[in-house]
Design a protein around this ligand. Structure first.
Ligand SMILES: NC(=O)c1ccc[n+]([C@@H]2O[C@H](COP(=O)([O-])OP(=O)(O)OC[C@H]3O[C@@H](n4cnc5c(N)ncnc54)[C@H](OP(=O)(O)O)[C@@H]3O)[C@@H](O)[C@H]2O)c1
Length: 285
């Protein structure tokens, strides 16, 4: 690679659908930083070789996506506190020969809540729907930020229970509870909740399925969906009709990218430009 060029990228399998190259290349161009951001298709089992190769080639950093977020852990020299507690990494920095892992997903959500919805998470009572990788990243960050309660709902109860145990064991966070998904009970819980987050993939790519019954959701609630294809998920639309404030998943996507970009370059994304670019792209997707 030419000297003075910053090379960044993303490793995943598949990786072709990722919007990260679009965001980061626009940021590099807009800020006048010479370099580029490349999608690297890396098969499971080839992570170690890929990381050594990327470091040898002088790549500065990569994002990590499905299915490698957990598998990369054993190949890193150091983890930041959030990725260590989450046990998943979405950003790697090749820092002078050391391979350092970060997880900016949860912080991206918290930043979106603050900057896009004007809300702080501290003290909030949260209903978290989902217990997959994204839900775990959110739960860990929310617990670290001092939310007063996390109620977890998930289709597969064992995974929901495992998430609660993960928070207890890893962070000594004792205010999380798994709630078996029964809609009549759910309705009774809702008056005691401030923030409702859909962190399942329900609503992604069309269809009118909702992650939970919206009955009981009203203007007391801020409802967030981390799905961003489509931006207006049926769940957000239904909650909005019921008077709730809503926040879509685009802000989290942009902020997690911005935080990774800051780790690599020390500079912030031109956020407004990137938001417009992604909105345009998602409209035509
Ligand atoms: N905005 C952002 O920046 C951002 C960042 C990361 C992820 N995301 C989005 O978040 C979503 C989840 O990602 P992930 O990595 O956590 O995926 P994942 O690890 O595969 O977890 C999927 C979650 O969705 C639940 N689920 C899937 N289909 C369901 C259905 N039909 N009914 C009820 N629950 C269902 C799963 O429940 P079970 O445990 O029962 O299988 C699990 O809790 C994806 O849409 C992804 O695009 C957005």
């Amino acid at each position: 690679m030419a000297e003075g060029q910053l090379v960044l990228g993303i490793i995943g399998h598949p990786v072709g659908h990722s919007l990260s190259p679009l965001m980061h290349n626009e940021a590099l161009r807009n800020l006048g930083i010479k370099g580029f951001y490349v999608p690297f298709e890396v098969k499971p089992g080839e992570i170690e070789a890929a990381l050594s190769g990327l470091m040898a080639l002088g790549v500065k950093g990569v994002n990590v996506t499905i299915p490698h977020k957990q598998a990369v852990l054993e190949h890193l020299d150091q983890l930041d506190p959030v990725s260590a507690a989450t046990k998943a990494v979405n950003t790697i920095d090749f820092d002078g020969g050391r391979v350092v892992g970060y997880n900016t997903d949860g912080a991206g959500f918290v930043a979106s809540l603050r900057e896009d919805a004007g809300e702080e998470v501290g003290g909030k009572r949260v209903l978290l729907i989902g217990a997959g990788g994204a839900a775990r990243g959110l739960a860990v960050k929310l617990a670290m930020e001092g939310v007063s309660e996390i109620l977890v709902i998930n289709r597969t109860p064992e995974k929901g229970e495992a998430l609660v145990k993960h928070l207890e064991a890893g962070l000594s966070y004792t205010h999380a509870e798994f709630v078996p998904l029964k809609n009549d009970e759910l309705k009774e819980l809702l008056p005691g909740v401030d923030l409702i987050i859909n962190a399942t993939s329900v609503g992604m790519g069309g269809g009118d399925e909702l992650p939970i019954s919206p009955e009981g959701i009203d203007d007391r609630h801020l409802v967030c969906d981390i799905v961003y294809t489509p931006l207006k998920t049926p769940f957000l639309e239904e909650c909005r009709r019921r008077g709730a404030r809503t926040l879509d998943g685009l802000g989290m996507l942009i902020h997690q990218g911005d935080l990774a970009f800051q780790i690599w370059t020390g500079k912030r994304f031109p956020a407004g430009r990137i938001r417009r670019l992604l909105m345009e792209k998602l409209k035509t997707a």
